[in-house]
Design a protein around this ligand. Sequence first.
Ligand code: VG1
Ligand code: CO
Length: 540
Amino acid sequence: MILTVATTPIADQKPGTSGLRKKVQVFQQAHYLANFVQATFDALESKTGQTLVLGGDGRYFNREAIQIVLKMAAAAGFARVLVGQGGILSTPAASNLIRQNKAMGGIVLSASHNPGGPDGDFGIKYNVGNGGPAPEKVTDAIFANTKTIRRYFIADAPDVNLDAVGTSDLAGLKVEVLNPVAAYEALMRQLFDFDAIKALFAGGFTIRFDAMSAVTGPYAKAILEGALGARQGSVVHGQPLPDFGGHHPDPNLVHCADLYALAMSPEAPDLCAASDGDGDRNLIIGRGQFVTPSDSLAILAANAHLAPGYKAGITGIARSMPTSAAADRVAHKRGINIFETPTGWKYFGNLLDANLVTLCGEESAGTGSNHVREKDGLWAVLLWLNILAVRKQSVQQIVAAHWAEFGRNYYTRHDYEEVASAPAHELIDRLRDNLANLKGRKFGMQEIAEADDFAYHDTVDGSISRHQGIRLLFKDGARIVFRLSGTGTSGATLRLYLERYDAKNFGLDAQIAVADLIAIAEEVAMIRHYTSRDQPSVIT
Ligand code: VG1
Ligand code: CO
């Protein structure tokens, strides 16, 4: 039986760059999740007879949410839902299932790298038929529906058993619970030379992969330890936990401090890696060598042809605007396309679909390719492993050789997390109002050549996305970018991105290399004043 439940619009259900993210308590309010799911279903054309993919990163409230979505999918007329066993699917694995099964779309339950647990965050997003995050046109329609919603539809049926692989019926909906890893592993086998990587491990190569008690554990264990023969125990924190073991599943140098210390120690394995809550981000640290995500994108692009899946070469690279221009140097030298898009994976979808680019990346530890339409943490680790197996060099040697060939883009990001929202917006507004005066301003040896508020013109669909970040572009190619996070769940987070190119000297500490830019950023933006902080909360 299908129930019609009366409801009222619950304010502020605006999907951001990565869907809707809120505190768990917000999602636990009566009708809150159901409102958003109905608003999503109402934004879609005919669902009758269609397939939907469903899964999440296993965080607190995942199982309850899955049951609600299943019963609402039955009420909406979907024919079939593919759901990961235990309600588990990494974001890239969900993207793959949508594509392979020609599903209409998918619902991914995750707040990515945000903490989980009863006091943590929860999130939900809708992905479209190409496997990627819904474009703005769709998220705008969902938001409009959340403003007017008065009812939702839900099947009155018992919960589905999520723990047993198999097919069952839910009020006429076929629910297929499947192994979350199998199809993803098969895809990785097509892209990478598993025999070469196996031989690398057999030869004594060591890895430590920190799954951060999040979704990638089962994937990493099956592929790294199972299929590729990495030593048992190479994957740590491999069991997905609802609260991520109390940790913050963000693979950066702050939340992976232990892994970093190990990588810099005499006991360091050849490769240390980690991924985030939903498995789409990656951290790469070689023995004695941290690889910034921007450099990693450039290095992977320069070497992708060494892996079978990319042996014909890549058509181009896309990077988000705040990501360093290291990838641009590779693209220019190799004569392939390079695109600069706003922050957020959804902007890469059209470029990938049109085959204008093969690889994409963001400075925030996201890298991926045309194999799915999401960033993919484990994929990045496997591509690194394939390259290491072929080149038979260390990570450190590969990075050094890359800088010698292309020069180094010194890069750092400073985050001011959970600051007061109004003054943070004021900081950005003030810069935006001052762009004309900033252009041409001199600071010692430095001069601002261009100052703008980044706008992206999508050449595939013609859409324009404005206000994507304040950019100060200096005469010598250095750059400062200011933007506000779209994924935080309390207050505002100011992100300051700093970059300077050096063709010859590669040995500086990044903070020292951009010290003059840090001072200029403070001078023009009065960060201390507007954030009431005298230093960033996270430096990466
Ligand atoms: C952050 C990152 C951005 C990334 C987004 C989603 O956004 O900066 O690069 O696409 O998170 O990542 P923001 O607006 O907070 O800067 V995640 O791993 O959801 O999946
Ligand atoms: Co993520």
